[in-house]
Write a protein that binds this ligand. Structure first.
Ligand code: HEC
Length: 280
């Protein structure tokens, strides 16, 4: 008799995992509710906001060394330099501040851009501002690009992610769907989907690493990774996960990766921004 409860729970979770490794096509809101319910069963002690800190909300051992690093965060100089860049003048005398009167807007991205009919991310919005001011675009790996984002994310800390999918716009729905399909599709020589690790096996160990939940995966960028020895973007992290399963990498800010970010952003709607952050 004492065995029935844990057994039932395991069975229940296995069934839920089975359900949620398949994309539902039920609609964004149902997907969001379903996934949150799944994680709630898996990690009943966590609130939605807890997910802003990635794997460190789940792995208490890793959390301790992470908190120690966060006391003197290696991304701090980037925030200061980002602020200087943000307030500096372009050749025409205008500034980023003229495009973004409030720098604390990272929580609004990724967002559906109705005019363009595609997903707008913060790095693309930064380059749009440069374009409008006759400056050449920055490459997405450029340190200035990352510093600007570090400053803007810092000013957005605590603001709830506000990614929305206008359900009356078939193009927005299609972009969301593409992102979702990407997440659940098995690929690469290892034949893994993103969902295999971050949904089905969230909280479990792979080699020495605990797997984070997908909730909050757009909250903490840019990231100073100790492995990289520098600040990097969400799309760089996507590339690394794709590499790990020996799948084709995609260029930063490609339509595919922006759609993927859109799916993650919407599922994580309401989670507070915690960027910039530090990761192993
Ligand atoms: C083989 C397992 C595996 C697969 C498949 C995988 N990842 Fe990861 N991913 C990891 C590990 C391990 C980490 C580092 C620990 C963590 O944060 O989960 C990670 C980290 C991440 C992070 C950073 C989280 C943070 O808090 O900084 C993101 C975002 C991410 N993965 C997205 C993806 C996406 C999108 C895909 C599919 C293209 C994917 N992952 C596929 C194992 C995987």
């Amino acid at each position: 008799m004492p065995l029935t409860i844990p057994l039932n729970k395991t069975l229940y979770l296995a069934l839920l995992a089975l359900l949620w490794v398949l994309p539902s096509h039920a609609g964004p809101r149902q997907d969001q509710t379903g996934l949150r319910h799944y994680y709630q069963q898996l990690f009943p002690q966590l609130t939605l906001a807890d997910y802003r800190n990635g794997v460190y909300t789940i792995d208490t051992v890793a959390r301790e060394s992470w908190q120690a690093i966060e006391e003197f965060p290696p991304y701090e100089p980037a925030i200061e330099q980002g602020e200087i860049l943000f307030n500096g003048a372009f050749a025409n005398g205008r500034r980023y501040a003229d495009c973004f009167p409030d720098p604390g807007i990272a929580h609004r991205y990724p967002q559906w851009d109705k005019t363009r009919g595609e997903v707008l991310t913060l790095p693309v919005a930064i380059n749009d501002c440069r374009f409008a001011n006759r400056e050449s675009p920055l490459s997405y790996q450029h340190s200035d690009m990352l510093k600007l984002q570090a400053f803007m994310a810092y000013r957005s800390r605590g603001k709830a992610i506000d990614t929305t999918v206008p359900e009356d716009d078939p193009h927005a729905l299609a972009a969301y769907q593409q992102g979702q399909d990407f997440y659940y599709r098995r690929r690469g020589q290892l034949n893994f989907a993103c969902a295999t690790c971050h949904i089905q096996n969230a909280g479990k160990k792979i080699r020495s690493e605990t797997l984070s939940a997908l909730l909050g995966h757009t909250a903490n960028w840019p990231v100073y990774r100790l492995k990289w020895g520098e600040l990097g973007s969400l799309h760089r992290r996507f590339a690394e996960c794709l590499e790990q399963i020996r799948a084709q990498p995609l260029p930063e800010q490609s339509v595919e990766l922006r759609d993927l970010e859109y799916f993650l952003g919407f599922i994580g709607q309401g989670i507070p921004v915690s960027g910039p952050s530090v990761r192993k």
